[in-house]
Ligand binder design. Structure first.
Ligand code: PDD
Length: 281
């Protein structure tokens, strides 16, 4: 696989980053994941806009090649022959060659920019989309700026492991009695004719897929309510689903052991998945 590191396209085995890089030592970095379907990048502009915001919230300078990021994405998709898959992009604050809590001088320290692709043939036809997934509830123990897409993913990883240990597929995180989001996706329930998903704030990531799906839902005359909901409400919902760049719209059929509806993906999730994939192709 060919990857991109700080201005160079290299075989992955030749790509290197300093051991003093603040991404490595302090999780001082941000990332984006853009999906590729049929060789085309999905929602690229949204991901780029969110990257710019994440960098600015952390007082990180934009990499010098910021305006070339679309071309770099396309080149990696091309050289690696990606039809369906992902492009992962990460920017860290770099390093001035030592470990220090204080940020290095941005005038003399270049951010580290890394991109690589992951090939996922048949990404849009994942078997999980046909059966739906099962989630458990766990405490949300992450920091308070979840609107910034940082590479601090230890707790979300632990959440996926807790789900796996419980025989489920993923976890929904709970704070003050309300669901914030999934470990790597935004969470939704459907009750009657209403789609309910948490409102935007610093408590959740402002999903690019969420924005697209809510726009499509409104265009299809579906009712959307942006507010926090509890696990009790979720367990009593007619259906549920999650959204992310890599899962698109993924139906949820079981929450903390409670089966939703007849235990198969609900019509609203199925319809939104269809519309999202249709518009993305
Ligand atoms: N995760 N919430 C969290 C905590 C996420 O990590 C993600 C994305 C989302 C959905 O955002 P978007 O629709 O922009 O992908 C919500 C990516 C896919 C990941 O970490 O792999």
């Amino acid at each position: 696989r060919t990857v991109y590191v700080n201005g160079e396209y290299l075989p992955e085995t030749e790509a290197t980053v300093s051991i003093f890089d603040r991404g490595f030592l302090m999780a001082d970095g941000v990332y984006e994941v853009t999906s590729v379907l049929g060789g085309r990048l999905i929602d690229f502009d949204g991901h780029l806009a969110r990257l710019e915001r994440s960098l600015s919230e952390l007082d990180m300078l934009k990499p010098a090649v910021f305006d070339d990021l679309l071309d770099i994405h396309r080149e990696l998709v091309r050289v690696n022959g990606i039809t369906d898959g992902l492009v992962y992009l990460q920017v860290t604050r770099g390093s001035d060659g030592d470990r220090d809590f204080v940020f290095p001088d941005p005038e003399t320290t270049e951010p580290t920019l890394v991109l690589f692709t992951q090939s996922k043939p048949g990404l849009a036809d994942s078997p999980a989309a046909k059966t739906g997934i099962r989630v458990i509830g766990i405490d949300d123990l992450r920091w308070g700026r979840r609107d910034i897409k940082t590479v601090q993913l230890l707790y979300p990883s632990m959440g996926k492991m807790m789900a796996k240990a419980a025989g489920a597929d993923d976890a929904w995180m709970i704070e003050d009695g309300h669901v914030t989001e999934g470990t790597s996706n935004n969470a939704y329930i459907v009750k009657g004719n209403r789609i309910i998903t948490r409102h935007l704030s610093n408590d959740i990531l402002h999903g690019i897929t969420r924005a697209a799906v809510l726009r499509m839902a409104s265009e299809a005359q579906m009712q959307v309510e942006e507010r926090a909901f509890t696990m009790e409400e979720a367990k009593a919902a007619d259906e549920a689903f999650v959204t992310s760049a890599s899962a698109f719209v993924m139906p949820v059929v079981e929450i903390d052991g409670a089966t939703l509806g007849d235990g198969t993906p609900g019509p609203v999730a199925a319809r939104l998945r269809e519309i999202y994939l249709e518009e993305s192709r």
